[in-house]
Design a protein around this ligand. Sequence first.
Ligand SMILES: [Zn+2]
Length: 183
Amino acid sequence: MLNAEFGCRKCGKAVSLNQYKLNRFCPDCGTLLRPVRYWIFQLNPEIYEWFNWIKENRETEQWLASQHAREIREGDRVVIWASGDKAGVYAMGEIMANLSKRPLNPAQEKYWKRKEDIRKFLEKNSVIIKYLKVIVAKPLLEDECSNDPILSSMEILKQSQGTNFPLTMGQWKRILELVEKTQ
Ligand SMILES: [Zn+2]
């Protein structure tokens, strides 16, 4: 569910703002719902051959979560951003499993160009992302984001060092709107 605004920490159920206004507890398990947070996760195609990975494996992927580690939770929504000549948004997804130090998914190993970067990855916490939308054929490029009144204030455009960047709900909704328009 790409437009969820609240989520259940226990069972992962997602609900809209209107549903939350009617009932602040999970309709499936009764747990108090919490606001969904939004993130940008950045990859560098020079280091990790994500475009080859996504061609072959579109469902779930293990991702580094080294910044904002305390806030990133299961149920949060994530925009995948690639750096480089054609920087921009290439996928949208949801965090399926909370952050922890976990062994590397063996299917991902061959996509790193250098073994050393795998070691660095394993020193940190990671999460599992489930892809809800992959837009490799029609990405939302950096230029379009920079010229957009809502997206131009995204943190990644001001300071691009790192993997995990916060996104506001407004920015998430705007990205979804632009992505859905071009598909
Ligand atoms: Zn629940």
